[in-house]
Write a protein that binds this ligand. Sequence first.
Ligand code: F6R
Length: 261
Amino acid sequence: MRVLVFDSAELAARRVAGEVLAALREKPDLVLGLATGSTPIGVYAELIRAHRTEGIDFSRVRTFNLDEYLDLPATHEQSYRHFMDRYLFSGINVPPSQIHFPPSEGSDLLERCREYEEDIRRTGGIDIQILGIGSNGHIGFNEPTSSLASRTRVKTLTDKTLRDNSRFYRGGEEPPQLACTMGIGTILEAKKVILQAFGAKKADAVRAAVEGPVSSFCPGSALQLHPDVSFCLDHESASKLSLREYHRRVLENEERLRHRL
Ligand code: F6R
């Protein structure tokens, strides 16, 4: 596990976007797993900037979003489809046919969840999975007590997540209670995972994910089982890690050894 602590969310976003762009140079048909929420917006802004100012080409990229609310039409401004169009897809040249979301409307949901997994597999698998983390430790919408082997499916959101999300809903509109999400097992199959977390309200979840026992009660802790995972944090979200100083030295040594590895 790499734990990187940055002086600001902007610096973290620049670093994460840099990793995505480097991977894209190596593999123009990169497969990206994408998160929504406030955390990845800076990365998406950097990718758009790279497309506009450096002409970086996303035309062969395939994307798979982590999750989507059930029965929220794509036109609803709180749908994750709408979010992605606004913060990323409208600013880069990824063709709509290469953009994928888990099923969120209609019937046969279980079968279509299986197809979503199959679609990911057919591309050769997700190269880089971008993640945030909920203040309760969820990744995607894998809420506490989600099976660590779970696959794409429908989940009921916890009260904590509903409360965290209620700020986005106006005039007494209830946030959806159900969402379709990639499972923890799905996420763990990505070749590389980059989780970002910013702000003091994420400090407990980050500590539980990085230093706690691997437990379904903190789904983020399952990432301890992944061979290539980076936690990109700011000082506030890292503030409860007991090995902060150690992580800083690890990175210094990594830098020093770079040309020998
Ligand atoms: C959304 C997702 C969620 C968020 C998490 C943090 O696609 O995967 O797990 O990453 O709820 O949300 P923010 O970034 O808004 O704090």
